[in-house]
Design a protein around this ligand. Structure first.
Ligand code: SAM
Length: 277
């Protein structure tokens, strides 16, 4: 086991050392700085993760192909970090694995907050060979975070106009290989939350960065969310998103559902309500 891991670890550490040496010249060779430190310890700064375990994402060829595609398309959500060579990997991997898990649940996928389509790509890619592959409906302004409805705290942490360097055309291009599996609902939430969206939701990825539209989206999605369905909250534990956390905590408490906080800072909710008999 150690023998198998060591060459990869040495390669990763080597890549990172070279990166450090080349940084003053503004160059980098490693497409991702998440690193296996000694064959066991793993560190992914943009996911906020230090782990004693080697994550399976590193050995998942399908996922690594997705990362290469997204790197080439410059589609990662934290562009500053991507320039430093650090990209969100574990959060994307978890979204893909959950999409596979939700495959047997009635309905399709929904994403509230898409930016350049990185998570949507991973969800579609992870499920591409499954029979009756699910579609995804993407809700976003495709022009960045709007100021309407922003709390003072959200303004203070600098969310105004963040994620504006995108467009529906760019996302269509990034996800083009999935063709008819991708549907767009461009515009402001809550205005776009109407009866034209999917009637049954197997999995929703909620990544709007703001409390109010998150609450609007969850209220709209709740009656459509299939039993056994999955809800993945991207920013749940992250600093700066405290207002959003308060809202989702209260929302799911009312539904008597537990938010499982996972080490990437994501919140995971399973629609496991026991129906009254
Ligand atoms: C962090 S980004 C999403 C990242 C994306 N999930 C990914 O995989 O890269 C947040 C997105 O939420 C969108 N957004 C925030 N508030 C919105 C609203 N009220 N209506 C529509 N889109 C909104 C922004 O346009 C932005 O693209």
């Amino acid at each position: 086991m150690i023998k198998r891991l060591l060459p990869t670890a040495a390669k990763d550490v080597g890549k990172n050392l070279l990166d450090v040496m080349l940084a003053p010249l503004g160059w980098k060779i490693a497409p991702q700085r998440s690193v296996v430190l000694d064959g066991h310890w793993y560190h992914s700064p943009v996911d906020g993760v230090v782990s004693r375990h080697r994550p399976p994402s590193l050995d998942d060829e399908r996922f690594q192909q997705a990362v290469r595609h997204l790197s080439k398309r410059n589609a990662f959500s934290d562009l500053d970090a991507a320039v430093r060579g650090e990209v969100v990997l574990q959060r994307l991997y978890i979204a893909g694995q959950l999409a596979k898990t939700a495959h047997g649940v009635a309905g399709d996928f929904v994403e509230f907050g898409t930016y350049r389509g990185a998570t949507a790509y991973c969800m579609l890619s992870a499920t591409r060979d499954l029979p009756h592959a699910k579609s995804i409906t993407l809700y976003d302004t495709f022009a960045g975070i709007p100021t309407e409805g922003m709390t003072a705290h959200e303004r203070d942490v600098g969310l105004t106009n963040a994620y504006s360097e995108t467009s529906a055309d760019m996302v269509q291009e990034n996800l083009s290989e999935f063709g008819a599996r991708v549907h767009f609902r461009p515009g402001m939430i809550p205005e776009t939350l109407d009866s034209t969206g999917p009637q049954q939701i197997a999995m929703m990825h909620v990544d709007l960065n703001l409390a109010q539209p998150t609450l609007d989206a969850l209220r709209w999605a709740l009656p459509r969310w299939s039993p056994g369905g999955i809800c993945l909250l991207d920013d749940y534990l992250w600093e700066g998103y405290e207002d959003q956390r308060q809202c989702v905590d209260a929302f799911f408490r009312d539904q008597q559902l537990t938010i499982i906080a996972i080490p990437t800072g994501q919140g995971l909710v399973l629609n496991q309500q026991i129906s009254p008999t």
